[in-house]
Design a protein around this ligand. Structure first.
Ligand code: ZN
Length: 274
């Protein structure tokens, strides 16, 4: 699909990248990203993706905006207190990025509501971002992404620790999922609501999550009718990102990377194995 003159100007700095070009920008405009959780991570990741020209974003969150959210959730102001996070973020993003179709679900993602969210027959989901703030939600998002064979980009930030992980076992079958890393019987008592965190710590992870998402959208052949552009690029290869676990220490300013091994006994990805 050819870009309009306005789109060509707006995204010119991205199009200048040989890894993007007009073809990649067109691909972004045809992509659909689901963002689960519109807190600190979801606010900024959604804004970066909408600003980059991703054509369709679905936001889902049942939570309401509280004053203690404002240092991290930069789309919101004190005028928005009490509003639904997905609804308020969608309204603001729609005003700022008119090329992006934004849909919001004003409820939490649950096993019951998942079918409606994931089975969009008109606009298949290319990528799901886990921006949730608790262990149970992360497990559910991982399970749904595996079940629906959608690439997952999961991020989290608490205290001075951040984590980033992407999963697609169709492309990278030997690498693990979130449940391989944290089995659901594991005791994880902390949620992001009970741990202190600085805004830029969350922002750093949200930026990395958005950057990884753009990399995957540009290189992952999710839209089969488009020829892969990864062949043009020597520095972008989705297989090098998928199944990798990145950990950022915001106090020491160090990144660590490790390949996430697949657990052959994982009760999530073993069940949905092809
Ligand atoms: Zn697994």
């Amino acid at each position: 699909m050819a870009l309009t003159d306005q789109a060509f100007m707006q995204y010119s700095r991205q199009i200048l990248l040989p890894e993007v070009g007009e073809h990649g920008q067109s691909r972004l405009s045809q992509s659909h990203v689901l963002i689960v959780g519109v807190g600190g991570l979801g606010n900024l990741a959604a804004q970066y993706l909408a600003a980059a020209g991703v054509g369709r974003i679905s936001l889902i969150d049942g939570d309401r905006i509280e004053r203690s959210n404002l240092p991290r959730q930069l789309l919101f102001t004190s005028d928005d207190l009490g509003g639904n996070k997905a609804d308020v973020a969608a309204q603001k993003l729609m005003r700022a990025y008119r090329d992006c179709h934004i849909h919001c679900y004003q409820h939490y993602l649950t096993a019951d509501s998942a079918a409606t969210v994931f089975n969009n027959r008109y606009h298949a989901i290319d990528l799901v971002l886990d921006c949730s703030d608790n262990f149970a939600a992360r497990q559910l998002v991982n399970q749904l992404a595996i079940e629906h064979k959608v690439t997952l980009v999961s991020a989290s930030a608490a205290h001075f620790q951040g984590q980033l992980l992407s999963v697609n076992q169709q492309i990278s079958p030997d690498t693990g999922c979130y449940h391989c890393l944290y089995p659901s019987d594991m005791s994880v008592s902390q949620t992001c609501q009970t741990v202190g965190v600085l805004g830029p710590m969350v922002g750093s992870l949200a930026s990395m999550q958005a950057l990884m998402s753009l990399n995957l959208l540009l290189t992952h052949d999710a839209t089969a009718e488009l020829p892969p552009i990864a062949v043009q690029s020597r520095c972008m290869d989705s297989r090098q990102l998928l199944g990798q676990l990145y950990r950022f220490d915001g106090a020491k300013f160090t990144w660590r990377q490790a390949t996430l091994a697949r657990d052959p006994d994982c009760t999530v990805c073993r069940v949905h194995e092809r």
